[in-house]
Design a protein around this ligand. Structure first.
Ligand code: NOJ
Length: 560
């Protein structure tokens, strides 16, 4: 373990023997540097470690693939992906080597926030299919050895949910309105802003009350102090667990309780939930934990099922509370997702995530439907491929976003094509999420590239024609082939069994870590010059090595 200002002797396996490297830890100079010729090399230096819990739970080390259903595969030519489309591509997912899929919401919904505005949490929208299709998908997935996690959206409903429609028709103060946050008055009840931009309060009619919506106006927030709201979530969880789902992803897990009395937000205007250093009255209130205990209570009655939370809070100790033994099994931390392509920052993110997770398995992700694709965010395909190897080498579980394995970049869509409410509500400032939601190119020609026989719901650019899954399956150096090899090694190679991470000394702009107890080393070069690799046999690299065997810039390597 790290000792402030101490000099530590650390063991590192080199070839078949064991070597000792000296490094100063806990101060500015945490990297052991040894210069050979004009380059600085990676060196063994143990500075941190963690233990992953023992246990057979499948979700602790799973690679989970997020299927954004609208954009994955369309079976009926209406341009929108559906459940039958997902079923038809399960063979691909098996070939890719994922353990589970996480399906974005397929519930009946007006689609204001593409399914995160749910009007019935216990049915399937005809746009995506039927409950029978869902059951068929579950059965087929099982045959392919793939588990299924569904999105559950407890923070809000659609404004078309029967409860909200009844509330709008009922009078102020009525029991129907008590399931949501309704308030009277000439002005909005407080200064809260919606996450999508603009006030978090909308009036149901000019002389009527205001209702709270932390997202779009079509997503009224539920009142979690209401017994019926809690009972209804239990019913929903049982409904899907009885059908056989393996887990649930809890949307806005940090938002289910609001600050008592709904006080004004006193933080600086424009501060976001992740970056501010003062409490946000909209999120991470202590009351949320009661809901997570309720969720856990239901899932515990179904062996092998799990809950993973979307948890966005500013303080790691408070984050850790969401994964206490009687709350969620896992939570997204998002450190890596928000991290630049810079070795120091990445290493800090990894340490922070591991420290926050403690005894719970860490969850790693560099992509989802709310953020630009890694290729766009990091600025190149090379960097995205390198970060894939970093992510997949870490202990814990990894969540991939559909299209990530094809190296898709975001698409710069014309304004007329944009659909995301986060864009439409942002006062003309373009910050929507449509660019990462453009459908997947499977094969052949545009406009649908095998995604649809019709017009895709978002236009697919010609450049996607060069990134089809069919072509990449044939190409041994494609991004898809890289992911396939990485997932296979992660599953089969004994070097991936190690439960702890230890850092090696690394040249500036580089990092290297080892899975303790095994020989797996992952090295990443974010600097601008090639560097010698740490010792070991190369298992996989994200790009070809230099002729002399050095690790090029923007490249990662696995060694064992
Ligand atoms: C988080 C989801 O990931 C995002 O897509 C959605 O807009 C919000 N929650 C609101 O449900």
């Amino acid at each position: 373990m790290r000792g402030d200002g101490e000099t530590e002797l650390a063991e590192s396996t080199v070839g078949s023997g064991t070597e000792r490297a000296e490094s100063t830890v806990g101060s500015e100079t945490e990297r052991a540097e040894s210069t050979i010729g004009s380059v600085t090399e990676f060196a063994g230096s143990h500075v941190d470690s963690r233990t992953e819990p023992a246990g057979p739970e499948w979700w602790a080390r799973a690679v989970v693939y997020q299927v954004y259903v609208r954009s994955f595969a369309d079976s009926d030519g209406d341009g929108v992906g559906d459940l039958a489309g997902v079923r038809s591509r399960l063979g691909y997912l098996e070939l890719l080597g994922v353990d589970a899929v996480w399906l974005s919401p397929v519930y009946p919904s007006p689609g204001v926030d593409h399914g995160y505005d749910v009007s019935d949490p216990r049915d399937v929208d005809p746009l995506f299919g039927t409950l029978d299709d869902f059951d068929g998908l579950l059965a087929d997935a099982r045959r392919h050895g793939i588990r299924v996690i569904i999105d559950v959206v407890p923070n809000h409903t659609s404004d078309q949910h029967e409860w909200f429609r009844a509330a709008v028709s009922a009078a102020p103060g009525s029991p129907e309105r008590a399931r949501y946050h309704f308030r009277g008055g000439a002005a909005p009840p407080n200064n809260w802003q919606s996450v999508f931009g603009g006030p978090a309060w909308t009036r149901v009619a000019p002389d009527d009350e205001w209702y709270l919506h932390l997202f779009a106006p079509g997503q009224p927030d539920l009142n979690w102090a209401h017994a019926e709201v809690r009972e209804d979530l239990e019913k929903t969880l049982r409904f899907w667990c009885d059908r056989g789902v393996d887990g649930v992803r809890i949307d806005v897990a940090h938002g289910l309780a609001k600050a008592e009395g709904l006080p004004d937000d006193r933080r600086q205007p424009g501060w976001t939930v992740l970056t501010e250093d003062a409490p946000d009255p909209r999120f991470d209130q202590d009351g949320v934990h009661e809901v997570h205990r309720l969720i856990r209570g239901v899932l515990d009655r179904y062996p092998g099922r799990m809950a993973i939370g979307e948890v966005i809070v500013r303080d790691d100790a408070r984050w850790a509370a969401y994964v206490r033994p009687d709350e969620l099994h896992l939570a997204f931390h998002f450190g890596l997702l928000n991290c630049a392509f810079a070795a120091d920052e990445i290493r800090e993110c990894i340490d922070r995530t591991l420290a926050a997770a403690g005894d719970t398995p860490a969850v790693w992700t560099i992509a989802n439907h709310d953020n630009p694709h890694p290729v766009t965010r990091y600025g190149s395909l090379e960097r995205a491929r390198a970060m894939a190897l970093v992510t997949l080498a870490l202990p814990g579980s990894a969540y991939l976003y559909n299209g990530e394995e094809l190296g898709l970049p975001d698409v710069d869509l014309p304004d007329s094509a944009l659909q995301d409410p986060a864009w439409r509500l942002s006062d003309g400032v373009r910050r929507g999420r449509d660019g990462c939601r453009v459908p997947l190119p499977w094969e052949g020609e545009g406009p649908g590239y095998g995604f649809t026989t019709g017009e895709p719901w978002l236009p697919m650019p010609e450049s996607y024609g060069e990134l089809t899954a069919a072509d990449q399956l044939e190409d041994p150096v494609s991004t898809l082939s890289l992911y396939r090899q990485a997932l296979e090694l992660r599953k089969e190679h004994p070097a991936f069994r190690g439960d702890e991470v230890e850092w090696f000394g690394a040249p500036e702009g580089c990092l290297a870590f080892r899975r303790v107890g095994t020989t797996l080393v992952c090295a990443l070069n974010t600097s601008e010059r090639p560097v010698p690799l740490p010792p070991g046999d190369v298992l996989l690299t994200s790009a070809p090595l230099e002729a002399n065997g050095d690790l090029p810039p923007n490249t990662a390597a696995w060694l064992a």
